[in-house]
Structures are given as C-alpha cells and as structure tokens.
Design a protein around this ligand. Structure first.
Ligand SMILES: Cc1ncc(COP(=O)(O)O)c(C=O)c1O
Length: 451
C-alpha cells in the first residue's frame, strides 16, 4: 500500500474532519528544500505558515541538521531524572542569559506541556509559601495555550473546545484589546485595564497567576495588543501579588520582530514559556523559565515535599538542546532579528493592496505575523462553493504551490522567520489572487440574488 492509502486507512489527523479528509487528495511530503516542502509527485509548496509557526531557516538548514546528527552519534538521549547532559546545561545557561530576569529552566517537549508545567509551578509556589487560597488563574478571552486540559482551561477558544468544557478547570476570563487597521480610528485600551484592575482588586487573594500570550494572540484570531497593554498588566500583577505567566511559544524568538517579546513590551513575567522556533522547528523541545524568586520557594528538605513533581521522559533531550543551541548561534551570526524587522516592513507594504477588496474587513500585522480578516459586511465569511472557507483557501493555496492554513475566515501568513523577500512576495501574491477570486464569487452571488 502506498503512503496515501496507508494514511487514509490508519492516520487520524489533528483538527481535521476525517470524513472530508478521506474525499480529498492527501499530499504526502517527501522532502524539504529551502523554504518549500516537496511532495511524492515532486510538487513544491512554499511554506506560508512555517510548519505550524515553528520553522525558522527553511527545511534544509545544514548547520542544525549536522549538529543533531553528531549529537545522535554521541548520545541519542539521556534524561534529566537524576542525571545531567551537556547540551541541556549549556542551553539553560544560554536562555537565562538572553531572557532578562529569568534564572531557571524547566525542560519539556512541546508548548502545551511547557504551559502545564508553568500552571503547576504557580499553584505549588503558593502552596509552598503558605497561601493555599491562591488557586485561580486569570487569562484573556481568545487566548490559546495548547490542547491539554490545563491549557484549554486558561486558553479557551470556544470554536474548538466546547466539547471538552466539562473537563476544564474554572478560570477568570477578561477581555483584551486588539490593534485594528487605522480605518477603525483611534483605539484605546485603558478601559480594559480599568476593568482588569477592578477584578484583581476584588479577587487577588484567590488568584495564583495571570496567563497570556506575549505581544499577540495568534490562534484566537491574530489579535495584536496595543502598546503598553502588556506593560500595564505586568504592573497590575506586581501590585496585586499575582504571578505573570507569559506564553512566548508562538510569539517569541522574533515572530513579532523581537527576540524576547516581553522585554520589548516592557513587562516583567515571573515565568515565560518558549517552544516552536526554539530549535528552528527541527525538534520537539520546550522550556518554562522562572525567576529565582519562584525557584527558591521550591527548596526544602525532601519530606517537606516542596519539590516540583513534574517531568517527562524526554526532558532535556540532548538532540533538541543541540538544535536549539545551534539555532541560537545562527540567530546571532546572521543577525536574524534585523532581517525579520526589515522583512516585516516589506510585508507591510505588500499587504497594502488588499485594502481594495470590500471583503478585507481588517488586516492585522506585526513582524512576520499577519491575519487577513475576510467578512461580508461585518459577518465572517463561512462558506465558498459550499466548502468551509478555510478549506477552500488552503486547497486553492496548495494548487498555487503555497502551504497555508486559515483561522476560519482569517487568512494567516506566518512564514519561516528567515524567509527571503521573493518567497514572501510569492506567498502574498498567491493569497491576493485567492481573495480576488472570493471577492468576485461573492459579487456574482449578490448580483444573482437580486436579479
Ligand atoms: C501561543 C501558543 N501556546 C501554546 C501552544 C501549544 O504548543 P504545542 O502545539 O507545541 O503543544 C501553541 C501552539 O500553537 C501556541 O500558539
């Protein structure tokens, strides 16, 4: 049986209606070259979403691949349970040197588990200091932090998670602002902060931590925070003795144009999580960083039971840690952040032409994160040619040689961070063509309706 048939017979794909999947051509990716993925028929797809927002250097960066191969020859894995390995120690040192205020690194193997670890650390921290009533988490509406139960509780996206509601822990959810296109006029965030201040004032004795994505929400709809919003939240957390847990899993490492987003936002977290781009997107590795203030409360005698009872088989994986170290070397050597900032302004200019479409309700962009919000009037467009719009756009993009997904009616352009300008332009041009097609289809539909 070939891979296509084996896939349809045995594999269950994430976030996928498998009944629809089985009626579609399933594309089998065989190799990667530059910023493209190549399928079993030799067709190339330019990666418009950096392999679920994690790829940095494209799909064949030899420095990282060679370092991983060498590490596999020396030591394929040795965990951090009772032992140490060189790459994890070096990576911990390196990360704490670039992430201001952080002094300890806890290793996991994906973004969700990094967040779960942070939630457990926060909960146990308050237990260890004797404030056991501080148990609740507060978080932003439309935040997303992963698919495990703790993550869904603090990052509840109704469109995805309503079937699992009964499993979730109760959290306090507050509104958050988003920067919109200038046509929407001046936007203030002060009233959001005032509301949050009131809630924290009332409930701070019960609240353990404030969990939010750093800089912007992606899965919840590409919502970019206004300047100073995160800074004000950080101040409130200090004022009310609440731990600030920042999720930089998707927005750190340059996605928004800054290596460490919380520093650019002038905020001071007690914990921060990184994953995705940490290894250049080449290995599942994640980290939860904490301050010494948190860490010291976990020290005590063995039977005090203050130690963190959390750990995964692949914790501190040496191959992942070598990939991350080599990735960080490349960031420095090639001054990637500068290149990202330049390409962000190129992307900004390329996006200007979308304004001509009535259906482009809003275009939100920061760094190499972009969301094009397609609506008819104020209503999100749901179906095109009797197919859900996301599926339509993904399918049309593949036909044009671009791998891209949407968040429902929002086209997301989230390319590999080191992408070149020609490839960036190609992705934007393909999406422009698809939006044009949708606009024409809707215009035709409206005319037919009124004839
Ligand atoms: C902001 C954010 N946090 C957490 C996660 C979860 O990461 P993972 O899919 O590696 O579990 C994601 C994944 O997209 C994310 O975007």
């Amino acid at each position: 049986m070939n891979s296509n048939n084996l896939d349809k017979k045995y594999v269950w794909h994430p976030y996928t209606q498998m009944k629809l999947w089985n009626n579609l051509e399933n594309i089998v990716i065989k190799s990667g070259k530059g910023f493209s993925l190549i399928d079993s028929k030799g067709r190339r797809y330019l990666d418009g979403i950096s392999n679920m927002w994690c790829n940095v250097w494209g799909h064949d960066r030899t420095e990282i691949i060679d370092a991983m191969k060498q590490q596999l020859d020396i030591l394929p894995h040795s965990s951090l349970f009772g032992l140490v390995n060189g790459p994890s120690v070096n990576l911990a040192g390196r990360l704490t040197s670039i992430a201001k205020g952080m002094s300890k690194v806890f290793f996991t193997d994906n973004g969700s588990t990094a967040i779960e670890a942070a939630l457990k650390i926060a909960t146990q921290y308050w237990n260890n200091v004797g404030k056991t009533q501080k148990k609740k988490f507060i978080c932003l509406k439309n935040g997303y932090h992963g698919d495990t139960i703790g993550c869904m509780s603090v990052g509840y996206v109704d469109g995805y998670f309503s079937p699992y509601k009964s499993l979730l822990v109760k959290t306090i959810k507050v509104d958050s602002p988003t920067i919109r296109h200038e046509k929407f006029g001046r936007q203030c965030f002060e009233q959001y902060i005032e509301k949050i201040d009131k809630i924290l004032k009332k409930l701070s004795s019960k609240i353990s931590g404030f969990v939010m994505e750093s800089g912007a929400q992606i899965a919840g709809g590409v919502n970019i925070y206004p300047n100073n919003f995160q800074k004000e939240i950080s101040k409130l957390c200090k004022k009310y003795d609440i731990l600030l847990i920042l999720d930089e899993i998707a927005t750190g490492f340059g996605r928004l144009g800054n290596m460490i987003e919380y520093e650019a936002q002038d905020s001071e977290p007690d914990m921060v999580c990184f994953a995705k781009a940490l290894t250049g997107g080449y290995f599942p590795l994640a980290v939860t960083l904490t301050t010494s203030h948190i860490f010291k409360e976990f020290l005590g005698e063995y039977w005090d039971k203050k130690q963190l009872f959390h750990g995964h088989t692949f914790t501190g994986h040496p191959v992942g840690c070598i990939a991350a170290l080599t990735n960080l070397d490349l960031y420095q050597k090639l001054d990637l952040i500068k290149k990202i900032r330049h390409n962000a302004s190129v992307l900004n200019r390329l996006l200007e032409k979308f304004a001509e479409f009535d259906i482009c309700y809003d275009i939100r962009q920061k760094g190499l994160l972009c969301g094009i919000d397609l609506r008819k009037g104020r209503d999100p467009i749901r179906m095109i040619d009797n197919v859900p719009i996301g599926q339509y756009i993904a399918g049309e993009s593949l036909k044009e040689g671009v791998y891209l997904r949407t968040l429902g009616n929002i086209i997301t352009i989230i390319p590999p961070l080191a992408i070149g300008q020609d490839d960036l332009k190609k992705i934007v041009d393909v999406e422009f063509g698809i939006v044009d097609k949708i606009q024409k289809k809707l215009n035709r539909f409206s005319k037919d309706k009124f004839v």
